[in-house]
Design a protein around this ligand. Structure first.
Ligand code: FE2
Length: 471
């Protein structure tokens, strides 16, 4: 089934004087609306799992952020759109107001979508008045934070819609197919018949030790040969991690500090669906020796037998994506996604390797251009590594899937959260979560950087989260 377009959501009414903050704000607001264009109003009401929120709620909550933390404080005479929205669309800021339980967001049939869109227009218009007046420095900081916050919710909106469509018996498609990546791949395949040979995925002359992990077909009848897995080696030693220089970062990326790294090696691509299928065929989900204790408990308690969106039996599996349900046999060289930290760790243990620490990942990619299959590529799902740009080591560290690291999400030495209510943004979650790095196929390219820290509970599976091996 092809999703229909909601005409009411294809309109962007923001026009205003130019300024860096204004352009940043408008671009974020515009992109949210564009991502909603394939959705119906009914799609936008669905909250299909505990982690997810309805798209309509994302539209309102991102607006609430600007109203609550920018306009109410920095635009003289600002009148709130609706007094109840201040608490209704608060997500988790305890010091701001009470807020509804997250699981109740699907019950917000009122306010209706039209009213939410008028709320967005009301706040956008007020923001333009603020830009005309010239926001003070603290307001500009909050606007940049708000734009980054909205980009985070763009990613969440897509991951939540993917789950919503997965639970729909009709298995709707958010997109029919990817953008230029698909066209370029098809062109390459037509021009070069041998380009199907993914053993060529490691460029000649690349640095680092190379090891062939899997050169043959996946165990479930997958057609595409798997890419040769290479490793880039790093000396280790005393290094620095954390945000450096100018530009925006979240408080949890600071302060920059010294870290000690033993010599290590990082895989030059993510683990593929074909490789993960081999883990499954080898009894990966039946053998407790591969699993952390809490991970094995999760396997038994949740009945895990495959990544979240895999269905069917061995030999005839499908994978649900934003482009609909696809045969696993066509995704052998595609990075495996929607796995938990526990599954990533168990796979690494089965492979005789391990997950990287967050500092190993960061020091490996620092200074590299942010390139990869991110939201801007228009693919909307992971794609084989050989299909996209690679660095001089043959590695592509950004995009496709967030990489689970073995690092617990903690404050850096000397960490200080933002002052006031916004101090709740990141700091209060520094318990029971693991760090993920690198962004995914639904992360806006301008949003991600080497020092960026995502964090989720280790059992989390609904994100585009995958596996990069280390040793
Ligand atoms: Fe939020």
């Amino acid at each position: 089934m092809t999703a229909t377009t909601s005409p009411v959501l294809s309109v962007n009414r923001i026009t205003a004087p130019t300024s860096a903050a204004g352009e940043r704000f408008r671009a974020a607001r515009r992109q949210t609306m564009q991502l909603c264009a394939p959705l119906t109003p009914e799609d936008m009401m669905v909250q299909s799992c505990a982690e997810a929120s309805p798209a309509k709620w994302h539209l309102a909550h991102t607006t609430w952020f600007f109203e609550s933390f920018v306009l109410r404080e920095f635009l003289p005479g600002y009148r709130v759109f609706h007094a109840d929205f201040a608490w209704l669309f608060n997500s988790y800021y305890e010091s701001f107001s009470a807020f509804p339980e997250k699981r109740l967001r699907a019950s917000f049939s009122r306010p209706g979508l039209d009213e939410i869109l008028r709320y967005r227009e009301h706040v956008d218009a007020a923001m333009e008045r603020l830009f005309e007046q010239g926001p003070e420095v603290e307001a500009l900081r909050r606007i940049e934070l708000g734009a980054n916050h909205e980009e985070q919710h763009q990613e969440l909106l897509l991951t939540d819609i993917l789950h919503a469509f997965f639970t729909n018996p009709l298995k709707p498609k958010y997109r029919e197919q990817g953008n230029k990546g698909t066209r370029e791949r098809e062109n390459r395949e037509q021009a070069t018949p041998s380009s199907k040979d993914h053993s060529l995925g490691t460029p000649a002359g690349s640095k680092g030790a190379r090891e062939q992990e899997n050169g043959e077909q996946g165990s479930e009848g997958t057609r595409e040969p798997l890419t040769q897995l290479g490793f880039a080696e790093f000396e280790g030693g005393l290094r620095e991690a954390g945000h450096a220089g100018g530009g925006f970062c979240f408080d949890n990326e600071m302060p920059r500090h010294r870290v000690w790294l033993e010599p290590y090696a990082l895989a030059d691509r993510l683990v593929t669906c074909g490789e993960y299928a081999e883990f499954m065929a080898d009894g990966g989900y039946q053998k407790p020796e591969f699993w952390l204790s809490a991970g094995w408990d999760a396997v038994k308690h949740n009945g895990w037998r495959a990544p979240l969106y895999w269905s069917g039996d061995e030999g005839e599996r499908n994978v649900f994506t934003l482009r609909g349900e696809l045969p696993l046999k066509d995704l052998a060289a595609t990075p495996v996604s929607q796995v938990s930290f526990y599954e990533a760790d168990a796979y690494a243990r089965w492979a005789g390797l391990r997950l990287p620490t967050e500092f190993e990942w960061e020091t490996a990619v620092e200074g590299q251009a942010v390139e990869g299959n991110l939201l801007d590529s228009g693919e909307f799902m992971p794609v084989p590594s050989a299909d996209l740009v690679q660095d001089e080591n043959g590695a592509k560290h950004y995009g496709d899937c967030w990489v689970w690291t073995s690092s617990a999400y903690l404050g850096y030495p000397g960490f200080h959260p933002l002052d006031g209510t916004l101090g709740e943004y990141n700091g209060k979650f520094m318990s029971g979560r693991m760090v993920l790095r690198g962004g995914s196929c639904v992360t806006p390219v301008r949003h991600i950087r080497a020092s960026y820290r995502n964090f989720f509970a280790p059992e989390t599976r609904w994100q585009f989260s995958g596996i990069r091996l280390a040793k």
